[in-house]
Design a protein around this ligand. Structure first.
Ligand code: HH2
Length: 278
């Protein structure tokens, strides 16, 4: 069955899995902090990711790593808006990775295609910012707690059921405000208020989230659960990240959010040639 993700400028065909390339315009992101922290370097990174095969660019100005310091509104705007403006010229959908309604609004005004919110539009005004736009896409992600505290003993009775119930509630809240379902994708939020075991349960039982009826986006890239599985530091998690991306696609994800676009795109081409898709 073909599905689509409606966004501002593009109706993204999800019959082929989509690679969302990460652009962190931050000094402190967990795996690439400081590498693309000014506009020129961030834009050069955007161009490189598109050349490598990124289908979508995801631009963020605030690190969400456990314990990260919050970024003031003006600082976040100054980081991301110039990069979004440049990225919009590269011919692929551009996503803004933020929890702040004002950043969403300003990015959408500039023409951004997608709002990617690790907080699933729970800050006051966030649902309204998306609902006020006629057709932008949105990714709703599950997070337990907030980045400052989320890794302090996360506990669930049944992590998959609880993540699923949360995503269903957020999906309904957004649809209730008039946002068409075809604009929305869902993400279980690997590493956000979850232990290694919780993350692995979400991987093994990922198919259970498909009953929500919307495409799934998964972000395993370089995350600490991959470090726990392999014993490798963040800089050496390429193979593990590619394997996790392929596993998530095999289990039904249609979008993978990754740092290493070239390797992931190559792996997905081989996976597709093997006829393992739909
Ligand atoms: N993970 C991160 C940030 N944003 N968005 C979605 N939808 N899903 C994710 O899994 C996700 C996300 C964390 O990764 P990264 O951007 O590399 O790190 P940091 O938050 O430190 O900038």
């Amino acid at each position: 069955m073909n599905s689509f993700w409606q966004t501002t400028r593009f109706r993204i065909d999800l019959s082929r899995p989509q690679v969302m390339g990460i652009v962190n315009v931050t000094p402190d992101s967990f795996s690439d902090g400081g590498l693309h922290a000014d506009t020129a370097r961030a834009l050069a990174h955007c161009e490189r990711l598109v050349t490598e095969g990124a289908d979508i660019l995801d631009i963020g100005g605030e690190s969400t790593r456990p314990g990260a310091a919050p970024v003031p509104l003006e600082e976040e705007l100054a980081r991301v808006l110039p990069v979004i403006e440049g990225a919009l010229k590269l011919g692929v959908p551009v996503s803004i990775d933020t929890v702040k309604p004002e950043v969403m609004r300003r990015a959408l005004e500039r023409g951004a295609d997608i709002v990617n919110d690790i907080n699933a539009l729970r800050l006051p005004g966030a649902v309204e910012a998306v609902a006020a736009h006629p057709d932008c896409g949105v990714c709703l992600m599950h997070m337990r707690g907030d980045p400052a505290t989320m890794q302090q003993r996360p506990a669930y009775d049944d992590v998959v059921a609880e993540v699923s119930a949360f995503l269903r509630e957020r999906l309904q809240a957004l649809e209730g405000q008039g946002v068409a379902a075809e604009r929305i994708v869902l993400d279980p939020g690997i590493g956000f208020g979850k232990s290694v075991e919780h993350n692995l349960a979400l991987m093994r039982r990922q198919r259970e989230l498909l009953v929500l009826g919307r495409p799934l986006l998964l972000g395993w890239s370089r995350k600490s659960t991959l470090g726990a599985l392999t014993g490798r530091p963040v800089a050496e998690r390429l193979a593990a990240s590619v394997a996790a991306a392929l596993a998530s696609v095999q289990l039904g994800a249609r979008i993978v959010r990754v740092h290493d676009v070239a390797a992931t795109a190559d792996a997905l081409k081989v996976w597709g040639a093997a006829g393992l898709g739909d």
